[in-house]
Write a protein that binds this ligand. Structure first.
Ligand SMILES: NC(=O)c1ccc[n+]([C@@H]2O[C@H](COP(=O)([O-])OP(=O)(O)OC[C@H]3O[C@@H](n4cnc5c(N)ncnc54)[C@H](O)[C@@H]3O)[C@@H](O)[C@H]2O)c1
Length: 408
């Protein structure tokens, strides 16, 4: 078996829910006759999702949602699944967008996106295809924010399901998946000792919380920066030190941005960082660390001092280490989320696709939540697959919870 296939079958072992859904799709063919254009990280876990949708009868074209996250061997193996793949690791910006256009050439009925680049191109450069598209799914926070803005401005032309916003995605993928794989990426890139180091986590949302928890578990002193007072208070009560980036910049050994915002680490912060500070981003786009400012400050740049690590030497001799060019460190320097976590988000995604396929003509353009029953079904199947039993409500409990008549 080739490496790509071995990776896919290894991932599938940890994805029992999606595998079961794929088997059901194979029987029922709920996507028969439909074309899907997908823009997702081309990883082994995505390959398992593509396999399930293909089994359901869809014709699929896949482009990468990030030029650095593509696993080339997986991309190659997907060809054997009868899926057109337009992705190669490390391509430049122009090729990245050309690949999305090539995936769109399939004339999709449905689209799957991770970051809203494909939907954006559809609404700006490929409007000729809009008439045929009847629905889509969006995988990540940043994409959902962009879609809600499009919807508010009346620009969104079809219904999109915000897979990101399901409980099974946010609670597990963003938190545990990003938490573990971000630190995995930093360790693979630098092999740095995290115990005893000061790790600054910018953003205490679902992802940031996961990163902070894992860093704390490894023995780091964790500092959190936030702009939302409630999140900042939450971080404080969980025992993290909260401060502004201005001060954190002077104290941190490792910086991890995970805000979905831009310019979180800027020139003024870079100017006061310690020699050897490590800079990593786990937010969706490569705009959280101001790499241009870093380019401007660096008098010498040593590319690839370690895999995925560039060393910037500043005028005063301090060295700052930028990981993965400021792009998603967990997908570039590591392998993205563990398959067991992607089992949940991609199962929700697969079921949301079939829901859309059924409902699409009855839905107005806009951003939709994944139907609650899909969330519950995915969690139920995962618990069953892992052999965990839970209680069920008794009739009396059910009545008690739904009645206003009972008092103290
Ligand atoms: N690396 C991955 O694999 C992965 C996985 C899921 C999501 N993401 C991405 O990670 C980002 C965060 O996702 P999330 O689900 O945690 O979002 P979230 O909205 O739950 O959290 C983001 C947090 O960042 C804070 N923030 C915004 N601007 C800030 C600033 N300038 N300084 C400090 N904090 C700031 C917000 O107040 C918020 O609490 C998004 O871009 C999302 O697409 C990445």
């Amino acid at each position: 078996m080739e490496l790509g296939e071995r990776r896919i079958s290894w991932a599938a072992r940890a994805m029992p829910v999606l595998t079961a859904i794929g088997a059901r799709f194979d029987d029922e063919k709920p996507l028969s006759g439909l074309t899907i254009a997908a823009c997702l990280h081309v990883t082994a876990e995505t390959a398992v999702l593509m396999g399930a949708l293909r089994a359901g009868g869809a014709r699929i074209a896949l482009a990468a949602s990030n030029p650095l996250s593509t696993q080339d061997d997986v991309a190659e193996a997907l060809g054997g699944y009868d899926i057109s793949v337009y992705a190669r690791a490390g391509v430049d910006r122009g090729t990245y967008y050309r690949h999305i256009h090539q995936a769109l050439d399939i004339s999709p009925d449905l689209v799957l996106d991770d970051g809203c680049d494909l939907v954006n191109i559809l609404h700006t450069e490929r409007t000729d295809l809009l008439g045929q598209v009847s629905g889509g799914c969006e995988e990540t926070t940043t994409g959902v924010i962009r879609l809600r803005q499009m919807s508010a401005e009346g620009a969104l032309r079809f219904p999109v399901v915000a897979v990101n916003d399901t409980r099974t995605k946010r609670m597990f993928d963003n938190r545990y998946g990003t938490g573990q794989s971000t630190l995995d990426g930093i360790m693979r890139a630098t092999n740095t000792m995290l115990a005893g180091k000061t790790v600054v986590v910018a953003g205490f949302g679902y992802c940031g919380r996961g990163v902070a928890e894992r860093a704390k578990g490894l023995g780091s002193r964790v500092v959190v920066t936030e702009v939302d007072p409630v999140k900042a208070l939450d971080a404080t009560l969980q025992g993290y030190e909260v401060m502004g980036m201005g001060r954190a910049a002077e104290e941190g050994d490792v910086f991890i941005t995970v805000t979905g915002n831009r310019d979180v680490i800027r020139g003024e912060h870079l100017a006061v960082m310690k020699d050897g500070a490590i800079l990593a981003n786990a937010g969706h786009f490569d705009v959280e660390i101001d790499v241009r400012a870093l380019d401007g400050l660096g008098v010498e740049v040593h590319r690839g001092v370690r895999p995925n690590t560039d060393e910037y030497v500043l005028a005063d001799g301090r060295r700052l280490l930028l990981l993965a060019e400021g792009r998603l460190v967990n997908l570039t320097a590591a392998e993205g989320h563990p398959a067991a976590v992607m089992d949940l988000s991609f199962s929700a995604q697969a079921l949301a696709v079939t829901w859309l396929a059924k409902e699409r003509f009855g839905l107005a353009p806009g951003v939709y939540d994944v139907p609650g029953e899909i969330d519950v079904e995915v969690a139920r199947l995962k618990l069953a697959a892992t052999g965990v039993e839970i209680d069920t409500l008794t009739a009396e409990q059910e009545e008690y919870l739904h009645s206003w008549r009972y008092g103290s």
